[in-house]
Design a protein around this ligand. Structure first.
Ligand SMILES: Cc1cc2nc3c(=O)[nH]c(=O)nc-3n(C[C@H](O)[C@H](O)[C@H](O)COP(=O)(O)O)c2cc1C
Length: 310
């Protein structure tokens, strides 16, 4: 199982706390993306810090992800990551944000297979780490993936992660499993499935329906239910301690946020970003969970969450 990249959520702090609470439960993570538009990328300090090996001691092993379409910068950043010890980088071809997609970045590149070919033609021969990609079925039309696959197949990709939605859909609707089934046998590279895996049974049903799938990537499900990776590994495990395990994980995450974030305002913002998802692991109602989101004072937010964790 692979942890999905989630900007603002699955950075190194999360990957470290998760590994501490559930050692070995998640074999690998893809990092939230590094954007090639972030100015001087080789010194994009804040982002590079997320994958600096010294900061990743004790964290889930990670593959850095790159978002962008500029071959020169792609190669420079990719090779800098190689020097840091990374043997694989992942190209984000799935980001649905309108501003990003409008510039043919993320899912915005999917309708342009010729552009993909010219980027890969320029990047692949010069890139020291191997390359994997993460795609959606298209930006606005699922036929886009069928024109893209022959291009991707011409390059030695380590894997292709497919999130079977369109960029236009953002996270709405359901993953299109029928189209996923049609494209799966067409890829030369191993295919990783991603999208809406919320229970161990969801993962088992994907594996049963698509036995060729090489691995499963899970994002929001891990926050809704931190013990989900354990269920995926062993669907018949004893789940009686899961609430306590989740509470322990959330408490540790909270402690890390309090010690790492630079100001009370930033701490409250970060706690709420996680809280929107992780409260679901606790035996509380949505209305109770919302009371935290309405509060601005750190001491009160902290007190409320600690009460819910008891
Ligand atoms: C808050 C948030 C941030 C995300 N950031 C990234 C990102 O940096 N790179 C990327 O490829 N996908 C990103 N995604 C998409 C996820 O990796 C994943 O494809 C998506 O959430 C579907 O999987 P899930 O249903 O298991 O969550 C993000 C998703 C969310 C909700």
């Amino acid at each position: 199982m692979i942890l999905a990249p989630m900007q603002g959520l699955t950075e190194v702090m999360f990957r470290r706390v998760y590994e501490e609470c559930f050692p070995g439960a998640i074999a690998l993570a893809v990092s939230p993306f590094f954007s090639l538009t972030h100015g001087n990328l080789a010194d994009a300090t804040e982002k590079i810090e997320d994958v600096l090996p010294e900061n990743n001691v004790g964290a889930i092993p990670v593959i850095p992800q790159i978002l962008g379409k500029e071959p020169y910068e792609f190669i420079e950043l990719g090779n800098r990551l190689f020097e840091l010890g990374y043997r694989e980088v992942n190209w984000n071809m799935g980001c649905p944000m309108r501003k990003v997609a409008a510039k043919h970045r993320g899912s915005g590149i999917l309708p342009h297979p010729d552009e993909v070919r010219s980027i890969l033609d320029a990047v692949v021969p010069q890139l020291k780490p191997s390359l994997s990609v993460k795609v959606r079925l298209g930006l606005t039309d699922r036929e886009e993936i069928f024109r893209l696959i022959p291009v991707l197949n011409d390059f030695p990709l380590r894997s292709v992660t497919v999130h079977p939605r369109l960029g236009r859909q953002q996270y709405n609707g359901h993953p299109d499993l029928d189209t996923f089934g049609r494209v799966l046998p067409l890829f030369k590279a191993p295919v990783v499935y991603n999208g809406d895996i919320l229970t161990g049974a969801d993962a088992s049903s994907i594996r049963r329906r698509f036995p060729q799938v090489a691995d499963i990537m899970v994002g929001r499900g891990v926050l809704y239910r931190p013990t989900l990776p354990l269920d995926i590994a062993d669907p018949s495990r004893d789940t009686s301690d899961d609430r306590a395990l989740a509470a322990r994980f959330i408490r540790r995450l909270l402690q890390e946020i309090l010690s790492v974030m630079p100001s009370d305002q930033a701490r409250v913002r970060k706690i709420k970003e996680y809280w929107c998802l992780v409260w679901k692991a606790l035996p509380i109602s949505e209305m109770q969970a919302r009371t935290v989101l309405h509060e601005e004072k750190l001491t009160i937010v902290e007190k409320m969450i600690c009460q819910f964790l008891q």
